[in-house]
Design a protein around this ligand. Structure first.
Ligand SMILES: NC(=O)c1ccc[n+]([C@@H]2O[C@H](COP(=O)([O-])OP(=O)(O)OC[C@H]3O[C@@H](n4cnc5c(N)ncnc54)[C@H](OP(=O)(O)O)[C@@H]3O)[C@@H](O)[C@H]2O)c1
Length: 291
């Protein structure tokens, strides 16, 4: 990589960032297309978010990705938020268009592109259970409703946060599909597992080997599709799904697709997806596998 006075700067705002794959993915993609861009990690704590956002303008950066814990709060500091990001209530990509900061969300579309591409599953008409009510769950629930799912059950450890998401979705989507909330680990959850066609884990459980979702996979009906969006390892959930012959998908495809969409917003060039995937697999020390 050659950096000179014309090199365009993008990066990621988050805290912590040590394990982020995004710098690897984007810098490999810039190299592949010989674009004079560089992608840098910026460890931005919550108390510094506003000043960091102002620096996108003052440092003439092209844009940034935004990750935990800033995806929701950053919206307050932007000039404009794209309608689908506004609907999700979360931004993961910012574009600096001649000093005007515009927020986008590529997580939701990245999720759908991966589900339909690698997973070969069209969510239309499916009964869905979604674990989690954080930034990722917000994006995923919105796009799934837009894709025409038959029903949505949100399950979350913290009741208040889960109910808030359900309230938000009902306000935005009115009666597009039935949406309800169940508390994590409760008996009524088990009864519901049999009815669903698509189960998505959008919690951080599974990021670490000691994580355990405490879901009894024997209660799923045959053919239930299991999608765990954790991307840094093959989770216990995916192992258990494979053992039972259930169709399943990990989160690496979503990571790459959302990164590709951000890349395209900044560069107006088609992202080299295969290069990004090879780079991610190399960084994660994975052999080629179904993601
Ligand atoms: N593949 C991709 O491209 C992609 C993109 C975005 C995110 N992700 C992954 O998605 C996950 C969530 O990200 P996020 O941005 O939504 O994070 P977040 O906003 O911090 O939300 C975390 C979610 O996980 C739940 N949770 C955390 N620890 C838990 C535990 N021990 N037991 C039960 N629930 C627990 C939280 O529940 P409470 O509300 O109860 O705290 C919350 O619902 C992370 O693993 C992240 O790496 C993947």
């Amino acid at each position: 990589m050659k950096i000179d006075g014309k090199t365009k700067i993008v990066g990621i705002f988050g805290y912590p960032l040590a394990h982020s794959l995004s710098p690897h993915l984007h810098n490999a993609a810039f190299d592949e297309l010989a674009l004079d861009f560089v992608y840098l990690p910026f460890w931005v704590q919550s108390k510094n978010l506003e000043v960091a956002v102002r620096a996108i303008r003052s440092l003439n950066m092209v844009g940034v990705n935004v990750t935990i814990p800033h995806k929701e709060r950053i919206m307050a500091y932007l000039d404009e938020v794209a309608p689908d990001a506004r609907m999700m209530g979360a931004v993961n990509t910012v574009l600096n268009r001649k000093g005007k900061l515009i927020g986008y969300n590529t997580d939701g579309q990245g999720f759908i592109d991966s589900l339909e591409g690698e997973g070969e599953l069209n969510p239309n008409g499916k009964r869905v259970m979604l674990l989690g009510a954080g930034g990722a769950a917000r994006a995923i629930s919105s796009v799934l409703i837009q894709e025409g799912i038959a029903s949505l059950t949100i399950v979350n450890r913290t009741q208040r946060r889960g109910e808030e998401l359900v309230h938000h979705l009902k306000r935005i989507f009115k009666n597009r599909c039935p949406i309800d909330f169940l508390e994590f680990g409760k008996r009524n959850l088990e009864a519901r597992l049999r009815e669903i066609n698509l189960f998505v884990n959008a919690t951080s459980v599974g990021l670490n080997p000691e994580g355990d979702l405490l879901i009894n996979l024997d209660l799923f009906s045959p053919g239930t599709f299991i999608h765990d969006i954790v991307y840094n390892r093959k989770t216990e959930l995916l192992e258990a799904a494979e053992q039972r012959g259930l169709p399943c998908l990990g989160g690496l495809g979503m990571l790459i697709r959302q990164a590709a969409l951000s890349f395209e917003i900044w560069t107006h060039r088609k992202a080299p997806i295969q290069k990004m995937r090879d780079t991610a697999e190399k960084e994660l020390g994975m052999k080629k596998r179904r993601t």
